[in-house]
Write a protein that binds this ligand. Structure first.
Ligand SMILES: *[C@@H]1O[C@H](CO)[C@@H](O)[C@H](O)[C@H]1NC(C)=O
Ligand SMILES: *[C@@H]1O[C@H](CO)[C@@H](O)[C@H](O)[C@H]1NC(C)=O
Ligand SMILES: *[C@@H]1O[C@H](CO)[C@@H](O)[C@H](O)[C@H]1NC(C)=O
Length: 223
């Protein structure tokens, strides 16, 4: 009797902790929630503003990335799907279904040329420790798999916007209402005069000049 009562209280307490501490609550489309960031990683110096507006359907996570204050629109036109687009300018989402600090997560990037990078990351040290394993497994047919992307440049207004759809089946995450995820969002800024030295901007500061620090990922609740 006593044991059962304690278990019930414990279960209630854990559920409440997860639900009351999210950094972002993502609603069903067409409502959206916004992750906005204006600072560099790791210095905290100013970055041009980046917005990520998110919502879900039963089968997909929809993201609208908006880069403001853009002056370079810098990409390598030779790079195609899953190329090293992160060497130039990109906006990124790191995505994991679950509440813990992940050792494997999905890395999604898009550049101003509408090219995407789609890979699961294997990062067992959680912080990309020097000498520890660190690997990628690419999604090789994203558009055949249900991904979608559409990128629009607005040079007069120093802005580029990318609308992306990512299938939730990739995470065994369909009908996500009530589930807790971990995510971080990033933007790189670089131009022909500064290449390859990028400004790194991010939603949750990783404390290092690296994006692959999973204890820093924000807590995202699907509501
Ligand atoms: C979404 O999933 C729920 C629960 O399975 C279902 O009731 C609803 O009809 C689905 N909506 C659509 C648009 O498929
Ligand atoms: C793209 O490829 C062409 C042909 O190989 C090459 O001349 C050019 O330098 C490449 N551009 C970049 C930015 O790498
Ligand atoms: C971006 O790429 C996707 C996938 O190839 C394509 O469906 C879409 O029309 C492209 N959008 C633009 C603006 O080029």
């Amino acid at each position: 009797m006593r044991t059962f009562a304690s278990l019930a209280v414990f279960a209630l307490a854990s559920a409440t902790t997860l639900a009351t501490n999210p950094d972002l609550c993502v609603p069903r489309c067409p409502a959206t929630a916004q992750a906005k960031f204006t600072t560099q990683i790791p210095s905290g110096a100013a970055c041009p503003q980046t917005n990520v507006d998110l919502c879900y359907t039963n089968t997909s996570l929809n993201l609208v990335f908006t880069a403001l204050g853009e002056t370079n629109f810098y990409f390598n036109p030779n790079q195609t799907t899953n190329g090293d687009i992160w060497e130039y300018e990109v906006m990124e989402a790191f995505i994991y279904k679950g509440a813990n600090d992940p050792q494997t997560y999905f890395e999604y990037e898009v550049n101003p040329n509408n090219v995407t990078y789609n890979a699961f990351v294997y990062n067992p040290s959680r912080v990309r420790t020097a000498g520890a394993p660190f690997d990628h497994a690419f999604i090789t047919d994203p558009f055949g798999d249900g991904f979608a992307v559409n990128t629009v440049l607005d040079k007069p207004n120093n802005k580029w916007t990318s609308r992306s759809t990512i299938p939730l089946a990739l995470f065994n995450g369909e009908n996500p209402r009530g589930t807790t995820w971990r995510m971080n969002f990033f933007r790189t800024i670089v131009g022909p005069d500064t290449f390859p030295n990028q400004q790194l901007c991010g939603w949750k500061n990783t404390g290092l000049a690296s994006f692959h620090i999973t204890p820093a990922f924000g807590i995202v609740q699907f509501v």
